[in-house]
Design a protein around this ligand. Structure first.
Ligand SMILES: O=C(O)CCC(=O)C(=O)O
Length: 263
C-alpha cells in the first residue's frame, strides 16, 4: 500500500485503484458472469426503504451461487480477484497479516431503473466494523474489495458514500441516509472497469439508483475481516475445488494466533 493510498484511505475510508485488472481480465470476468446468467436473480425491491431518492422499479441482480465454485475456466477470474497481490498488500496493512475472507464474493448487477440501497454503516461503535489509528498504523474491521467489471462515470449511480464518515461521531440524519437531502456530503464514486474500490464497512455508504441505459453496472464484492474476527458466519469449508495454500488460508476459521499469512 503506497503512502498516498494510506493517506487517502485513512482520510476518506475508501480508495479507488485503477488498472488493477487488464482489459483481458475484465473481459474474462464479464464472460464468466454472462455464461452463468441463469444463476443471477434479481432481488425483490426493498433496499431503498421507500426513499424518494433511491426507489426504482427493479431490485439488483445477484449470483445465487458462489462464483469461486464455478467450473474451470469460469472460476478463474474470481479466484484471481480473491488473492490479487495488489489487494493483499492493502489488506495486510489495514486488517493486519492473517486477514480472512469474511463473506462473498457477491455480484451487484444494475441496469437502468434498478433501485438504490439506503445508506448504512458507521453510526455507532460496532466492534466488527471500525476504523482506528494506534501505534503508528490503521486498524480496521470488515473491509471490502469491490471489483469493477464495467465503467462507472459521474452521474451513473452505483456505489456512493460519505467520505470521512468512518471516523464521524454523530448519527447521520435520516435525510442523508435516504439521500433525499444529503447536504452535498454523499458522493457517487467514479471508477473505470478494471479498477478496485477498497472501502471500510464503517463508512456511511450505500447505492444510488442506476441511471445509464447503455451500460449496466457490474461489480463483484469480496469482504475481508481481521484474522481474529468474523462478521458473518464462519465458513464451513472453502468452496474452491482445488484451492491453493493462499486460498485455503483465506478460508481458515477466525483465530487470534497461528494464522497463515499471505503476501
Ligand atoms: O456497492 C454498492 O452498491 C453498495 C454495497 C454495500 O452497501 C455493501 O457492501 O454494504
Amino acid at each position: 500500500m503506497t503512502e498516498q493510498e494510506k493517506f487517502l484511505f485513512d482520510l476518506w475510508g475508501y480508495i479507488v485503484i485503477e488498472d488493477v485488472l487488464t482489459p483481458e481480465e475484465v473481459k474474462a470476468a464479464n464472460q464468466a458472469t454472462e455464461r452463468h446468467s441463469d444463476l443471477i436473480a434479481n432481488r425483490t425491491p426493498g433496499l431503498s426503504h421507500d426513499s424518494l431518492a433511491l426507489t426504482a422499479e427493479t431490485g439488483r441482480g445477484e449470483f445465487r451461487q458462489n462464483p469461486l465454485s464455478f467450473d474451470r475456466p469460469w472460476c478463474e477470474p474470481f479466484r484471481k480477484m480473491l488473492s490479487h497481490p495488489r489487494v493483499v498488500g492493502i489488506l495486510n496493512e489495514i486488517l493486519g497479516e492473517g486477514f480472512r475472507l469474511d463473506h462473498g464474493p457477491g455480484l451487484i448487477q444494475m441496469t437502468k431503473g434498478t433501485e438504490g440501497h439506503w445508506l448504512h454503516g458507521g453510526m455507532t461503535f460496532d466492534p466488527s466494523q471500525y476504523h482506528n489509528f494506534a501505534h503508528g498504523r490503521m486498524h480496521c474491521g470488515l473491509c471490502v474489495a469491490a471489483w469493477q467489471l464495467t465503467d462507472v462515470q459521474e452521474g451513473d449511480g452505483g456505489f456512493a458514500c460519505v467520505p470521512g464518515s468512518h471516523k464521524s461521531n454523530y448519527r447521520p440524519p435520516r435525510s442523508i441516509l435516504s439521500v433525499e437531502d444529503d447536504l452535498g456530503c454523499v458522493q457517487c464514486i467514479v471508477a473505470p472497469a478494471g479498477s478496485v474500490v477498497v472501502f471500510n464497512e464503517a463508512l456511511v455508504h450505500g447505492t444510488l439508483p442506476w441511471k445509464r441505459s447503455d451500460r449496466m453496472r457490474r461489480s463483484i464484492l469480496f469482504k475481508y475481516s481481521p484474522g481474529f474476527l468474523s462478521w458473518g458466519s464462519p465458513h464451513g469449508q472453502c468452496p474452491i475445488a482445488d484451492p491453493t495454500p493462499e486460498e485455503q488460508a483465506l478460508y481458515a476459521p477466525p483465530r487470534r494466533t497461528g494464522r497463515t499469512t499471505i503476501s
